[in-house]
Design a protein around this ligand. Sequence first.
Ligand code: GLN
Length: 446
Amino acid sequence: MAQTHPKGLYLLFSTEMAERFSYYGMRALFTLYMINALRLSVEDAAGIYGIYTALVYVTPLIGGLIADRYWGTRRSILCGGLVMALGHFLLFLSASSLSDVETAKALMFCGLAALVVGNGFFKPNISTMVGSLYPPEDSRKDAAFTIFYMGVNVGATLAPLLCGWLGNIDYRWGYLCACLAMLAGTAVMRLLQRRLLVSPQGEQIGLPPTAPTKSHAARHKLDATDLRHMLVIFVIAFFVIFFWAAYEQAGVSLMVFAERNIDRTFLGWTMPAEWTQSLPAIFVVVLAPVFAALWETLAAHHVEPSAPVKQAIGLLFLAQGYYVISVGVDGVTASDKISILWLVLLYLLHVCGELCLAPIGLSLVSRLAPVGLASVMMGFWYMSTAVSNALAGMLSSLYPHDGEVKYFLGFEIASLSDFFLIFVFMSGIAGIVMLLVSPRIVKMMK
Ligand code: GLN
C-alpha cells in the first residue's frame, strides 16, 4: 500500500511548482525575446543564455551557505522568491520599453541578475526542506523527493505552454505571468509554513540556526564519518555532471534537431518545434508516481537498489536514449525529416534515467549532508548542474552543419549519428564506471 507523506511535502511541492513555472516560463521566451525583440545576434543570445543558465546554478552554493549559517531555509526561500519575482518584473519592464532598446537591454540584465541571486536563495533551500520533514534514515525519502520532483515538472510542463502563448501575444505578458506565479507561490508558502513545515517531532523547521532548534544544538565539528559522507556527495556530483551535460542538449542541439529534422506536420498543421521541450516534463509528471511506487515496493521487499546503482542505471538509460536516436538518424541528411516517434522514444528513455538519478540525488544529499551543512551541500549538488550547463553548450557546438567535419577527442563528427554517439559514450562510460565503483560508494555511505 502506498505510504503517506507529511502535509508539508505538498506545500513544498506547490511552492516549487510555482517557482519552476516562473523559471521555465521565462526560459521558454528568453532566447527568442533577445533575438526578435532586442535584435541581438543568435550567437550573442546563445552566449547570454548559456551564461545565465550556468550562473543560476552557481549561486545556490552561496544561498545554501547563508541559510545554514544565518537565515535558515524559510527566510531564504521567501527572500529568494521575492527577488526572483522582482527579476521577472524587471523583464516585464524591459519588454515594455522596447521603444528604447538600450534601456530594455539594461533592464533585462538587471532582471537576469535578480533571477540569478533569487534562485541561489530559493533552489537549494526548498530541496533541503523536503528532507527535513522526515527522520534522517526514513525509507520514504526517495519517494518523497520523487513526488517533489513531479512538482518541478508540472511547473515545467505548463510554463512553456502558458507563458509561451502569452509571450506570443506580447513578450511582456509572458514575463508578467512568470512574476505573478512566483509571487503566488511565495505568498502561499508564507501563509502556510507555520502550520505545515514541522519535523516528525512537531518542531518548526527551517528557522535560523541561532534559534534554539535541534540542528543548532547539534552543530558540531565535522568527524570522519561526516567527511566521508561529504566525499560521497562530491563523487556522485561529479558523475552527475555527465548526465546533465547530455540531458540538457534538450534546450540546445535537440531543439535545432527538432526544428530541422523532425516531421512535425499532422493533418496539415505544423507543431511549433518549441513544444517538443514539454515532452520530457510531461513524461516526468506521468512517470514520477510510477517510480515513487516502484522504490516504495522494492524497499518494502528489501530489494531496493542503492542510490549510486539507481543513478548509474539513470546514466545508462540516457545512453540508450541517444543510441536510439543515433540509429534513427543513420543516413539522414540536413534536409531529411524523420518521425517524431524517434524523439518521443528518446525523451521517454531520458526521463526514465532522470527519475532514477535526479530525485535520488536530492534524497542522498539530504541523507548524507552533515548536520548544519544541509543547504550548502545541496548548493554544491546544484553546482554540478552549472558545470553541466556550460559543458552542454560547448558540446552542442559540435552539432554538424552541412558538409562541415568537426573533431572531438580525435574522433570525426561528420553526421548527426556521429554527434549523438558522443552522448552514448559519455553517459554510457560514466554509467558503467559508476556501477563499478558503487559497492565502494555504498560502503562509504554507512
Ligand atoms: N529539471 C530539474 C529542475 O529544474 C533539473 C535540476 C538539476 O539538478 N539539473 O529542478
